[in-house]
Design a protein around this ligand. Structure first.
Ligand SMILES: Cc1cc2nc3c(=O)[nH]c(=O)nc-3n(C[C@H](O)[C@H](O)[C@H](O)COP(=O)(O)O)c2cc1C
Length: 255
């Protein structure tokens, strides 16, 4: 299974067996994670693998899933760091999924024993992972998602590659399944906007830009599968356009 195929079977897994994973598999995951390029050159990240067994003070909470392993992403805070974090973490999630293991994002993993101490780094997002206690795959028609017509506007007739890319974007996971992405497809470009958050969202951790990075990962992985080159760019003429109730995030040029 490759990353593209993993998009269609991934789901959040919240029940784990506490068994250790083969060290070879862990090494492959960490090597893969280290090989992913940053979306923007000046951002630095650190990935820390944390084992539940090593945590002296595990803080279980209603939104914190108990799992044998956690991967925590820390980042410096240059512009675009949240999108970058989502884009990287989702590639790791899909890689782990393709290896037959379960994953679940955790917005607020409370590590009392701070792993990365440096001031310039912020703990951005974590995932839980391990052997699932039950089935770790789900067919894509069972995923609760908005229909394509609610998330994408096609300014011209879209070919089958573009439609396949949009279908992959639609399946991206998001904090509280908020699905903030809105797409405008035109002239071999997909412009990504994010829906402005509502009142409820302001009481939980703001994950919208992380979600946008996750959907960007799906877009770029699907483009590659279609043999298209996808280049993420920020277009100033788009960002100034007024698209009601949405913020412009980034565009992808396909060639
Ligand atoms: C940025 C982000 C943060 C999330 N935080 C949590 C969390 O703290 N706890 C949890 O159980 N699920 C969390 N999730 C998982 C979402 O609830 C889940 O992805 C969404 O409901 C869609 O379901 P699916 O992943 O099964 O497709 C998070 C997902 C994302 C993308």
């Amino acid at each position: 299974m490759n990353l593209y195929e993993a998009i269609f079977v991934r789901k959040s897994v919240r029940k784990y067996s506490m068994d250790k994973i083969d060290q070879n598999v862990i090494d492959h995951i960490m090597n893969f994670a280290d090989s992913i390029p940053m979306l923007f050159d000046d951002i630095k990240i650190k990935l820390e693998l944390v084992q539940l067994a090593d945590l002296k003070h595990f803080q279980s909470g209603i939104l914190t899933v108990k799992a044998p392993y956690y991967l925590v992403l820390y980042s410096t805070k240059e512009s675009g760091y949240l999108i970058n974090a989502g884009n990287i973490m989702e590639q790791i999630v899909l890689y782990i999924t393709a290896r037959g293991l379960g994953t679940c994002y955790i917005a607020n993993l409370n590590l009392k024993d701070k792993v990365v101490e440096e001031k310039e780094y912020e703990q951005v997002i974590a995932i839980a992972f391990g052997e699932g206690e039950n089935e770790v795959y789900r067919q894509s028609d069972k995923a609760k998602r908005l229909p394509v017509k609610s998330i994408a506007v096609f300014k011209e007739e879209a070919d089958k590659n573009i439609r396949a890319i949009v279908s992959a974007v639609r399946l991206a996971p998001s904090g509280m399944n908020g699905q903030p992405w809105r797409l405008v497809v035109y002239n071999n470009r997909i412009h990504l906007f994010s829906k402005k958050s509502g009142i409820i969202k302001s009481i939980v951790k703001e994950t919208r830009l992380i979600d946008m990075g996750i959907c960007l990962a799906h877009l770029l992985i699907a483009a590659e599968e279609m043999w298209l080159e996808g280049k993420a760019v920020t277009l100033s003429n788009i960002s100034s356009q007024n698209f009601k109730k949405n913020d412009y995030v980034i565009s992808v040029k396909l060639s």
